[in-house]
Design a binder for this molecule. Structure first.
Ligand code: 13P
Ligand code: ZN
Ligand code: NA
Length: 273
């Protein structure tokens, strides 16, 4: 099923898709093993820096072949695409979905850039995610003044035709200094104002009960990156502290298994059985 249709049907069920970033074969494998074990669908995301790290053809092939091999329903998505050109490259490579993040631009310019990507993506029957309001990037502090406004969200989606919308409701990328408080009333108001699939960015560090509440109020895509990456590296560091094994094939699987455990838990939070 096309991702845009899947997100739409999920909206009626009180469940969401987990969208997690992967960085290398091992983190991808951990996510796929988790999705298979839970018998759940998953969105595989690549940031531009991960695409640069892996190379676009290899990154695409890994994800696509991985989904087929594991028999997992899933989609490949460009996370925080910074330009229509990058979105175009990913669509040509076979991505199912692209994010165009022009959230730092003024409203009208965001509309213009996002519209051009929606038009482009039609040729590929691909899903397009945009961002309105601004979710703090790594190391920044989320500002209340940058929260998404329901009326603007409505107009933005009408004018652009974006299928999915990343909204700023109190989350931020990376870990938090203090426990975040998602603005659930604001989320409900945005959900009532627009038919677009709503996306929660910055899920690392958000308590499970708040993620559940957000899903019950209309979030259908939950983005997780930092926790996945950190779980892999922290486990690897621990394993290497405890022994001096130098065969990577003996140490990586332990880090991969810690990702499997994390993702199985997160899948259960966003889409309880
Ligand atoms: P976290 O790194 O906080 O999980 O945010 C992920 C994200 O929003 C990717 O787009
Ligand atoms: Zn994000
Ligand atoms: Na976060």
């Amino acid at each position: 099923m096309r991702l845009q249709h899947k997100l739409k049907t999920l909206g009626q069920t009180g469940k969401a898709l987990l969208a997690t970033n992967f960085y290398n074969f091992e983190t991808l494998s951990g996510v796929l093993q988790a999705a298979k074990a839970n018998n759940q669908a998953v969105i595989l995301q690549l940031s531009e820096s991960s695409i640069q790290y892996l190379g676009l053809p290899i990154a695409t092939a890994l994800a696509k072949q991985g989904l087929a091999e594991y028999g997992v329903e899933g989609w490949l998505h460009l996370d925080h695409g910074s330009s229509p050109e990058m979105a175009h490259r990913c669509l040509d490579a076979g991505f199912d979905s692209v994010m165009i993040d022009a959230s730092e631009k003024p409203f009208d310019e965001n509309v213009k850039i996002t519209s051009s990507v929606v038009k482009l993506a039609e040729r590929y029957d691909a899903n397009v995610e945009a961002e309105l309001g601004y979710v703090a990037k790594l190391g920044q502090v989320q500002k209340v003044s940058q929260y998404t406004q329901p009326e603007e969200a409505k107009r933005f989606v009408e004018e652009t035709g974006a299928h999915a919308l990343a909204i700023a409701i109190g989350s931020a990328h990376g870990f938090y200094k203090e426990t975040p408080q998602l603005q659930l009333e604001l989320l409900s108001a945005i959900h009532a104002a627009t038919p677009a699939a709503l996306v929660l960015h910055g899920s690392s560090g958000i308590p499970d009960n708040q993620i559940r509440d957000a899903v019950s109020r209309g979030i259908t895509k939950v983005n997780l990156a930092t926790e996945t990456k950190n779980m892999f590296m922290k486990t690897l560091q621990q394993v290497l502290r405890d022994n001096d094994e130098i065969d990577l094939r003996k140490v990586f699987p332990q880090a991969t298994q810690s990702v499997v455990k994390l993702i199985r838990e997160k899948l259960e939070v966003v889409s309880p059985h």
